[in-house]
Ligand binder design. Structure first.
Ligand SMILES: Cc1cc2nc3c(=O)[nH]c(=O)nc-3n(C[C@H](O)[C@H](O)[C@H](O)COP(=O)(O)O)c2cc1C
Length: 150
């Protein structure tokens, strides 16, 4: 928030800030991104959320203006992402008694927010009663098809 507020980090803050920028740079060097994202308690695993929080920095992933809002800084760079969304209980065909999807709604929105618009999904949601083998085979087939495009 020091940088967000227009300041310059010093000392341990500067070290932490550089570590965040280095992590962003590693992410930014990839033009093809593959994420494997299991649903954890309706959302995404905390390690992935921490990654989002570390790299989503002003001047790196976004710019922000008090009047016009956010500008994504990764757009127009030809970046493509594939996200494998999985869950064990929840499924898109089920009601809220099996949970709600704050996993793909959050993470796909974050990718678009960064400016990565070319986002494809592979889904594996066998649920507690589905035919896991058939649904897995479909996910594998979907992956192979996507692989041709990416
Ligand atoms: C901490 C934790 C929380 C989970 N929460 C959910 C959940 O809310 N809904 C669900 O359908 N599955 C949930 N699962 C199941 C995982 O989504 C499932 O195991 C994963 O998608 C499959 O990946 P895996 O083979 O690596 O476990 C959870 C699993 C763990 C470990």
């Amino acid at each position: 928030m020091t940088v967000f507020g227009g300041g310059v980090p010093h000392g341990v803050q500067a070290t932490a800030w550089q570590a965040a920028l280095d992590t962003f740079d590693r992410f930014d060097r990839a033009d093809r991104l593959l994420f494997s994202v299991p649903m954890w308690n309706g959302g995404i695993p905390y390690v992935l959320k921490q990654f989002v929080d570390v790299i989503s920095q002003p001047g790196a992933v976004f710019a922000v203006d008090p009047d016009t809002g956010y500008t994504p800084l990764l757009s127009g760079r030809g970046k493509k992402a594939v996200v494998v969304y999985t869950s064990a209980v929840w499924g898109p065909q089920l009601g809220p008694e099996f949970g709600r999807d704050f996993q793909s709604t959050y993470f796909t929105d974050w990718l678009h927010w960064t400016g990565i618009d070319d986002v494809a999904e592979i889904r594996f949601h066998p649920t507690l009663t589905g035919d896991s083998a058939t649904i897995r085979a479909q996910a594998h087939a979907d992956s192979r098809e996507l692989g041709k495009r990416f």
